[in-house]
Design a protein around this ligand. Sequence first.
Ligand code: NAD
Length: 358
Amino acid sequence: MKQYKIALIKGDGIGPEIIDEAVKVLDAVASCCDMEFSYQEALMGGCAYDITGDPLPQETIQIALSSDAVLFGAIGGEKWDNLPREKRPESGLLRFRKELGVYANLRPAVVYDELINASSLKPEVVKGVDLMVVRELIGGIYFGEPKGRDENKGWNTMVYTRPEIVRIAHTAFKIAMERDKKVCSIDKANVLDVSQLWREVVEEVAKEYPEVKLSHMYVDNAAMQLIRDPKQFDVMLTGNIFGDILSDEASMLSGSIGLLPSASVGAKIGVYEPIHGSAPDIAGQGIANPIATISSASMMLRYALGEIAAADKIDAAIKRALSEGYRTQDLAQYDAKEVCSTSEMGSIIANYVAKCKH
Ligand code: NAD
């Protein structure tokens, strides 16, 4: 029997609620796929600050590094918003990604046919959307120096080096080779020097993937095109801040931010997490949608553990729950036959995983 060590970082807000449901589904998959998971919990975010004074205790990094993969909930909340920047939950998360070296964030945006009416766009515009945002995660303006502020001025710096662009471009082209072989690189090369370098380097890397069709788009146009005709995209390659914004925009194509998973990879240990935050406005009410996190667990099986059949089982179970009309509160007005709680949705999906034959 295969055994895997999973680090669980539940975090703040709805984090613990959604991770518990992903664990329920992983346990269901383990019992029917001849594998076993051992979980070790680690603290990060506001809860870590409250207990240890640090949003990213060293122990958390050690636990992550000694595991096969990290399943992460979400961090943050108003309670910690006024702390000095390095003590804030978000700083812990940025530091965590940097320490692990996970430079590539993969964010698929898929529109489920069952939820075609949940999108704010017309069904004919979103039906069949299946794109992947490949976002650079540990460089760019979120990390560039110098940065700072005084009373009257605040400043950050967008920096990318050639090696940083080369490695994320390779990630995007390799993923495109497994998909429809199209990469659209998003930048602001008409204004930013850093984007001019980005474009040049992406062109160079593209030569190694002659089968992949490369196009370039300015980020403002990309934001518009995602709404106008999202089906034109296969892989969208972006830097950190542009990817952050575009992937949230892409999430609304699918109807709810509560549906979309992500994988942060590129180093030995990958981090698998929903794209949404800690949703303090709904925390503790049992109404959060756990599907993004369950789907992240499926990405973990697929990309970190190579357990493709098990990942397929989870994806099929999610689809079945949706096609049978189960909806959490966020999607309640879209063809719901039954509105269920966070925990009920987790149990329904776990149950379908256990029954799934293929
Ligand atoms: P958010 O993603 O937490 O919430 C935005 C909106 O989407 C809210 O109305 C929320 O209720 C809803 N939502 C989010 N996830 C949902 C789910 N699973 N089911 C149903 N509805 C869901 O973003 P925000 O409100 O801008 O940020 C809240 C906190 O989360 C902040 O402290 C922010 O810094 C933090 N944050 C953390 C991460 C992370 O941990 N990776 C990412 C983004 C934001």
